[in-house]
Design a protein around this ligand. Structure first.
Ligand code: ATP
Ligand code: MG
Length: 397
């Protein structure tokens, strides 16, 4: 066993010592076989949730009704889920009911794709009832069982198929494609939050280009909020590259389709305010870049946390690449680090023009001065800044 599994081994052993079965399951086994970095190690068990709770000291009952308990072990959280089968998804959000079972077989059968329907015991032996390993070798995403029924049951699986094609660079198997074609309209009933999570992962995947081609080919975009009224995805296919955050996606969409307001996209996709703020910041920088190119003011205004995001968007939008090091070089050479360091303040300005009523013009002047100093057009010196103001007094009505 390799590292993240070795760390989690104690959980499997403890459950087994209490007389139950337990396996590593799902994405972690898939990624282990693919030699990809392993995200969360999930565990599936015959122990019922109340039994799992009784076995461990540090537990968080996150989804008892669905059979999931979080077990904390050496600072890491593990989802431990009881073997189960699911009832109908009548609200297309959660199964109406789940039923706990004693054997792993049906638990694996309820999973979405063969590559995700893999379990591994503590010795590294893999249970593979649906030829998941073969599909991993063939780089194929194939629904477990009857695709048509499985997608109808939970249409999120359609988006998951495309998302995995982006993350893993896999093709979607022929019959699975047909099943998606036949059921795609059921996506409309999904909770938007679930859709957004998948879109974010899809855009971040290394093979996002393939994934977007699938979206166009299968006309999935025509079932999704915001995208359904545009042919944006088709336009993105030839130029797209991985985008790490949803804010980048929002910004790029707005740049490609200016009538789509960032606020509107954010609302339709139920994005957090944090993502919206980041998208606005990025968008401002991209607009400025379009008008002025790369200069000190751009670098000064954009938070360094967003440099990479800005770089990724401009790389997609413009034929000539920005030199990423240039961003940091300019940043280092700035003669002002924040507006607090500007050698003039609002009071100075008010004193210079005692006859002019206070108003937003003061702030405007400060920003103008800040920009001139940052661009190196004025020295950051109180006398010089005041002189500039004398030559550029506020307009009087
Ligand atoms: P990652 O965590 O890297 O995004 P994952 O495969 O671990 O990928 P999760 O969403 O964490 O995906 O789900 C864990 C496992 O649960 C999956 O591997 C799959 O077996 C199962 N699963 C998740 N969502 C569904 C679903 N909508 N329908 C059927 N099975 C699912
Ligand atoms: Mg996972």
């Amino acid at each position: 066993l390799t590292e993240p599994f070795r760390e989690a081994l104690a959980i499997i052993e403890t459950i087994e010592e209490a007389g139950h079965q337990a396996f590593f399951v799902g994405g972690c086994v898939r990624d282990f076989l693919l030699k990809r970095p392993i995200g969360d190690v999930d565990i599936t068990t015959s122990a019922k949730p109340f039994e799992v709770q009784a076995i461990f000291d540090e537990v968080i009952p996150v989804g008892i009704q669905h059979g999931t308990v979080i077990v904390r072990h050496r600072g890491i959280s593990y989802e431990v889920t009881t073997f189960r089968v699911e009832g109908e998804y009548s609200d297309q959000r959660h199964p109406d009911s789940v039923q706990f079972i004693d054997k792993i077989d049906e638990d694996l059968a309820r999973r979405d794709f063969t590559i995700n329907a893999l379990a591994m015991n503590k010795h590294g032996y893999i249970i593979d009832l649906f030829h998941g390993r073969e599909d991993i070798e063939k780089a194929l995403i194939r629904a477990v069982g009857n695709g048509h029924d499985r997608f109808q049951e939970d249409p999120l699986r359609i988006l998951r198929a495309i998302r995995f094609s982006s993350q893993l660079g896999f093709q979607i198997e022929e019959n699975t494609l047909k099943a998606i074609m036949a059921t795609r309209q059921s996506i409309t009933g999904l909770a938007v939050e679930r859709i957004t999570v998948e879109l974010q992962k899809l855009f971040a995947g290394k093979d996002v280009k393939t994934a977007l081609s699938y979206m166009v080919e299968l006309r999935i975009d025509q079932e999704l909020p915001v995208l359904k009224d545009y042919h944006l995805i088709a336009k993105l296919v030839p130029i797209i590259q991985p985008l790490h955050t949803l804010a980048e996606v929002l910004c790029l969409i707005h740049q490609m389709e200016p009538e789509l307001d960032i606020r509107i996209i954010g609302k339709e996709w139920k994005c957090s305010n944090k993502i919206l703020r980041e998208a606005f910041q990025l968008n401002q920088a991209v607009d400025y870049y379009k008008a002025n190119g790369l200069d000190n003011w751009l670098v000064y205004q954009l938070l360094p946390d967003y440099y990479n995001a800005f770089y990724r968007i401009t790389e997609i939008m413009f034929p000539t690449k920005i030199d990423k090091d240039e961003l940091y070089r300019l940043k280092k050479q700035l003669n002002l680090t924040s507006k607090k360091d500007l050698n003039i303040n609002g009071n100075d300005i008010i004193k210079l023009f005692p006859a002019v009523p206070k108003g937003p013009w003061i702030q405007d002047k400060l920003v103008k001065l800040e920009r001139l100093v940052v661009l190196g057009e004025l020295q950051n010196n109180n006398m010089i800044l005041k002189d500039w103001l004398k030559w550029n007094p506020p307009e009087q009505k």
